[in-house]
Design a protein around this ligand. Structure first.
Ligand code: UD1
Length: 368
């Protein structure tokens, strides 16, 4: 079985890594890695490849940035040539970024089966580009790999055949546990932020990059002012995404000296910081789940989440995007016991193995 694994943007790399690692136990699956180049800065891409021990991609499509249509079109055009040359039996896409959408459409139109890892998540918010990517990808996916029960239920409600839906747990948590072990085995020694972490002692950790939060200057200004207030309670470590950096400069928005602005960090360095934060504030999807797995209190700077299990477990609360709602959520999370949460079912570090087991079973009948 020839399988083409797609990775394009930062949150894809940590999902692809355990899938590629686990593939070694299945020699009948010949894996090729395609990097679409959606993310291309050293800190957004190569630093991740290095940290996550991902092999050199077999194909690098150099898609780069642009409008959604431009970026998606560039990925599709380049990936079509890869498919025509390599003729994979299966294209495996992960997550919900433009690369996920572009490669699943391209494969399906060439009659190649599509597997979607992290299928079925729904925010029910069509203003999010990721929700459109999720819906379109799942509408043409053949094999659905789900991280939580809500995703299974969403797919059932949408009429997807039961025998193609596999509840396997979360490959991102596989990666998290693997990386945690590396950190404990001396991987923290050379990290640049070690002195800052030691100096602060106690701190919060922030990520912010969603277009709905950072592209609108009024929203971004209110968020920055609120985060400055929170930093009065505890300093904040904030690795800044390139999109956010651009917007902060464009609108001349500044943070107080208690918000420490950092460049985008590699996976291991970010983990080293957020795992010991008092509270993580974020609008990322993945960090809501990773904090849940380690029992770190999280405030999500959004009004909804496609990952409801993190709210049910209680490690994550929706902070919304206004000053008062964020401050209320922060106060609630700050005063919480750190380890008082359970971990969602099958978030045990073995999701990638389950994916290959399932694919091994369907291998002889791959849908054409
Ligand atoms: C993408 C994903 C989002 C994910 C995020 C994680 C989509 C629709 N969105 O959003 O789901 O949470 O990645 O990072 O696919 N830029 C650089 N260097 C890079 C990459 C981007 O400078 O390596 C800048 C560019 O100016 C670009 C902007 O950041 O215009 C946004 O990048 P883009 O890939 O379009 O989307 P993200 O906001 O990163």
């Amino acid at each position: 079985m020839n399988v083409c694994v797609i990775a394009g943007a930062r949150p894809n790399f940590m999902k692809a890594a355990p899938i590629l690692r686990a593939a070694r136990a299945y020699p009948q699956a010949r894996c090729r890695l395609v990097h679409t180049g959606q993310h291309y800065d050293y800190q957004m891409s190569e630093a991740f490849f290095r940290d996550l021990e991902i092999p050199r991609p077999d194909h690098f499509l150099q898609a780069g940035s642009g409008s959604h249509a431009e970026q998606t079109a560039r990925i599709m055009t380049a990936f079509e040539q890869v498919c025509q040359r390599d003729r994979p039996d299966l294209v495996l896409v992960v997550g919900d970024v433009n690369s996920t959408l572009a490669c699943s459409i391209t494969a399906k139109k060439l009659g190649i089966a599509v597997a979607h890892v992290e299928a079925g998540l729904r925010s029910f918010d069509l203003t999010m580009p990721e929700e459109i990517n999720r819906l379109v990808t799942d509408s043409i996916t053949d094999y659905f790999f789900c991280t939580e029960q809500s995703a299974v239920e969403n797919l059932r409600r949408e009429g997807k055949p039961q025998e193609r839906i596999f509840f396997v747990g979360h490959v991102m948590i596989d990666n998290l546990f693997h990386q945690l072990k590396q950190l404990q085995n001396g991987g923290a020694r050379s990290l640049k932020t070690a002195p800052l972490k030691a100096q602060l002692g106690t701190y919060n950790f922030l990520t912010l990059h969603r277009p709905a939060n950072v592209d609108d200057p009024n929203r971004l200004r209110e968020l920055a002012a609120t985060l400055n207030e929170i930093a009065q309670d505890r300093p904040i470590l904030f690795p800044v995404h390139p999109r956010t950096q651009k917007m902060l400069e464009r609108y001349h928005i500044r943070f107080s000296h208690r918000v420490h602005l950092l460049p985008p960090l590699g996976f291991r360095e970010a983990l080293y910081l957020w795992k010991d934060a008092r509270v993580v504030l974020t609008d990322s999807g993945g960090l809501q789940e990773e904090t849940t797995a380690l029992g770190v209190p999280c405030v999500t700077l959004r009004e909804n989440t496609e990952r409801p299990v993190t709210i049910q477990i209680g490690s994550n609360v929706l902070g919304g995007v206004t000053r008062q709602s964020i401050l209320d959520a922060y106060t609630r999370q700050r005063d919480r016991e750190r380890k008082a949460f359970s971990v969602p079912p099958l978030w045990d570090g073995k999701a990638a193995e389950r994916i290959w087991k399932a694919l091994e079973k369907v291998g002889h009948q791959l849908i054409r």
